[in-house]
Design a protein around this ligand. Structure first.
Ligand code: NOJ
Ligand code: CA
Length: 790
């Protein structure tokens, strides 16, 4: 009977397909250059993407395999195709520009598996049709598509075993990739041809984060940046990953594994991160999956300018965003990272039980960084230099045995160490115009964090903290989960949503790499979720010239730049040398977008170089216009940015609203834009007119470069003063301590160079829109320029 009904179904399906929907169906981008086509071949859905007639994605399969039921992979009929178009300009709460255009053409295809065509263990498909829709949005700079499951459906609650979405590449492109992993994104990138991924994959793990949990010798993560031999930039990522696992990619090479129905030599298959039971998504209709994205650009600078990922996210979910503001901050942090001081307060306890261990009578170890006197020292320095905030890590009990122990009850996020006077320090900070930034290291014990979250956020409200840095170091608890499974992705989101109820901004480290959710939840002001500065000498040259193409596509990164003493051997005997010059670090404040930007080094490391530190003081962190002047992944980036005046002093104004907060604080970036002298604190900004100001930054990898920057973005006929912070003639940021001898020999890295990261020049000159700056970036160097209307 069932066999007969299948035959009947196939005949019916053939008739229906030809009678009711063109197959393939196509959609063009607004400028007509990109075209996506979709068709059902023998019941299997396929899509393809062309640019000006040339394939970008060759015909690629779509669908899912499911538990307890026939897959969403065959027996499909194309039932309906709907087209629409959309064009709006929206204003982000913070960002790289004040206005973002969201302009796309859309095609929604409705697919059905008719009654009788598939089987289910619970017989639920016997009386109803299974419906899966695929929504394609085509922009001038790329494609987004997602699966949708309406409620009128045989499928209501179901379990995904695999996502079958493929991205069939048309050639052996160059790629910048990190190994696919369920637990960490903290890797250096490898630049290679797709055909080389398999052989280089093991080496790709070197110097990475911990714990790492690989799934395939050809697995890579997104955002995956590629470049074709014809010079086209293709980037695969995802947008709006909510209530769904993260998508990695597994490369299937023709000849090594059989690729059906494809003449593509290199096919990426979606690889979802499983939960503890192996499922890759527990789905409840009505619902949609995240968007799968393929960005396609002619120029590298267009990749940086693309807002594809943000546009595919939902508009802001918060009615009141007045409490969200950009933050430039310092921290009692690098001390612990560098080994100078410790997070823990005592060495008395090999084992801590929160609520039982007696810290009041413990012996202080003398190395605890978050002690009241030291924190005051940082508050003084941050306030004197016009910062907005100060992060303090190691303030709360539990750091004695927090790491690598798989403890469930590891922190309570409430109890300070005896030498950290939480109320007094907040009062002291607010009086000086500084907000303290809370730190919640969960040690990846997500359930424990959720248990304490409400009290922890309430404590923050009580003392006027309005931002928290979260952390997820180590093995995820509940055990068996990875960092990017559906339940744990839901945890990160829960933390952000609950924080918003308390008017708290969130910056999570080790959480899932972002997918543009900050558009919807703009209190998500930062994430680490990639190899950041804490990796020190292990960071390869060129790393920061890759991240804006990859990790930053989904949202800002708390990269924590500003290390003026990169020779860590001067701090601790085991320290090694980082690969950058001081001017490279200055350049990052412009090339790397984040509304939360840190000056990460110690005050005493800035003090000898206060003239260079001036740029970090002066630079803004939120922008109304950005121009990507030149870029090449892994090589160099030069960017110009114009500050957004409306948010320039927002953090400082917020401090004044606290009971013991200082009124009328002026941040240093505001001073710079309004040309307010350092010794004048009695001005009202509203009485002043801002000057026209631009900042330009550049960074390079191990190759020294000469660059020419035309200042044609300045207002014509206006005179500006430019302050140029450039690598000195003898500057060199390349140390090479991240490579062994063999790598140095094979890697075409500079040899025989003298490490001198401290050399810089500062020049002031009058410039106009006709001026052209000629700048030299040293190996692992860079430059920064502040330009203010005279
Ligand atoms: C890792 C984070 O990336 C780092 O910034 C933090 O200091 C440590 N975890 C401790 O929470
Ligand atoms: Ca980290």
């Amino acid at each position: 009977m069932r066999f007969l009904s299948r035959i009947l179904f196939i005949l019916f399906a053939l008739f229906f397909t030809t009678a009711h929907a063109a197959n393939p169906v196509t959609l063009k981008s607004p400028d007509g250059q990109l075209e996506v086509s979709f068709e059902v071949v023998d019941g299997v859905p396929y899509y393809a993407l062309n640019r000006n007639g040339k394939p970008v994605v060759l015909p690629s399969k779509m669908g899912f395999t499911l538990e307890w039921r026939d897959d969403l992979a065959h027996a499909f009929v194309l039932k309906d195709t709907k087209y629409s178009t959309f064009d709006e300009t929206w204003e982000p709460v913070w960002g790289e520009e004040a206005h973002i255009r969201n302009h796309y053409n859309e095609m929604l295809v409705t697919l059905e598996q008719p009654v009788g065509s598939v089987e289910s263990m619970d017989h639920s498909t016997e009386t109803k049709t299974t419906v899966m829709q695929i929504r394609f949005r085509l922009y001038d700079d790329g494609l987004g598509f997602r699966y949708e499951f309406p409620i009128k459906n045989a499928l209501v609650c179901f379990w995904i075993m695999e996502e079958l979405t493929e991205f069939a590449m048309a050639g052996d492109h160059t790629a910048w990739w990190i190994p696919g992993d369920y637990d960490t994104q903290e890797y250096n990138y490898t630049q290679s041809k797709l055909s080389e991924i398999r052989n280089l994959w093991e080496a790709g793990h070197k110097n990475g984060g911990w714990p790492w949990t690989a799934f395939s010798k050809t697995g890579v993560q997104t955002a995956l940046q590629m470049k074709t031999d014809d010079g086209l930039y293709i980037n695969i990522h995802e947008a709006a990953t909510l209530d769904f696992p993260t998508m990695h990619l597994d490369l299937m090479e023709n000849g090594k594994r059989k690729i059906e129905n494809s003449n593509s030599p290199f096919v990426f298959r979606a690889w979802l991160c499983p939960d503890a039971t192996g499922y890759k998504g527990r789905i409840q209709a009505p619902c949609t999956t995240p968007w799968r994205t393929v960005m396609v650009c002619d120029k590298a600078t267009d990749v940086l300018a693309s807002r594809l990922i943000l546009n595919l996210n939902e508009p802001c979910a918060l009615e009141d965003v007045s409490w969200i503001h950009p933050v430039k901050y310092m921290g009692v942090w690098w001390e612990m990272i560098s080994g100078k001081s410790t997070w823990n307060y005592t060495n008395d306890f090999p084992s801590v039980k929160i609520g039982e261990t007696d810290f009041e009578h413990a012996t202080p170890n003398g190395t605890h960084g978050a002690n009241t006197a030291n924190v005051r020292r940082y508050i003084d320095f941050a306030a004197a230099n016009g910062f907005d905030g100060l992060l303090i890590e190691g303030w709360n009990v539990g750091w004695e045995d927090w790491y690598g122990k798989q403890k469930v009850f590891v922190f309570d996020f409430l109890t300070p160490y005896p030498d950290f006077d939480l109320p007094a320090l907040n009062k002291y900070a607010h009086e000086k115009g500084i907000r303290l930034i809370m730190h919640h290291e969960s040690s990846a014990s997500t359930g424990n964090y959720e248990r304490w979250m409400e009290q922890a956020y309430t404590l923050m409200n009580q003392y006027g903290y309005d931002a928290v840095k979260g952390g997820y170091v180590g093995t995820i608890v509940p055990f068996g989960e990875g960092h990017y499974s559906q339940p744990i992705n839901n945890h990160y989101h829960y933390a952000v949503v609950e924080a918003a109820k308390h008017h708290i901004m969130v910056n999570s480290h080790e959480a899932v790499r972002p997918t543009g959710l900050c558009r919807t939840w703009p209190n998500m002001i930062g994430n680490e979720s990639a190899m950041g500065t804490e990796f020190r000498e292990r960071i390869h040259p060129g790393h920061t010239a890759i991240l804006p193409f990859t990790r930053l596509q989904g949202g800002p990164m708390d990269y924590t730049p500003g290390i003026f003493e990169p020779d860590m051997g001067k701090i601790v005997s085991w320290g090694k040398r980082m690969n950058h010059t001081i001017c490279n670090q200055l350049g990052l404040y412009v090339t790397f977008y984040s509304p939360l930007q840190m000056a990460a080094d110690f005050p005493e490391h800035y003090e000898p170089y206060m003239d260079a530190f001036q740029f970090i003081k002066d630079v803004a962190v939120d922008w109304d216009t950005t121009i990507y002047i030149m870029a090449e992944p892994g090589d160099y980036i030069v960017t110009a940015r114009h500050p957004k005046i409306s948010t320039l002093n927002k953090a400082a104004e917020g401090v004044g609203t606290l009971s013991d907060g200082k009124k009328g604080v002026i941040s240093n970036a505001t001073r710079f834009v309004y040309a307010i002298p350092d010794d004048n604190s009695n001005v009202r900004i509203n009485d002043l007119t801002p000057r026209d100001v631009w900042y330009v930054g550049g960074i390079t990898d191990e190759t020294a470069r000469d660059v020419t920057v035309k200042l044609d973005f300045l207002k014509p006929g206006v005179k500006y003063e430019a302050t140029i912070y450039a690598d000195g003639p003898d500057a060199c940021g390349f140390a090479g301590d991240c490579f062994d001898e063999k790598e140095m020999a094979e890697g075409h890295y500079p040899t025989g160079v003298t490490y001198n990261p401290y050399s810089y020049t500062i020049t002031k000159k009058v410039v106009t829109s006709k001026s052209v700056l000629k700048l030299r970036m040293a190996s692992c160097g860079g430059f920064a320029v502040s330009i203010r209307e005279k």
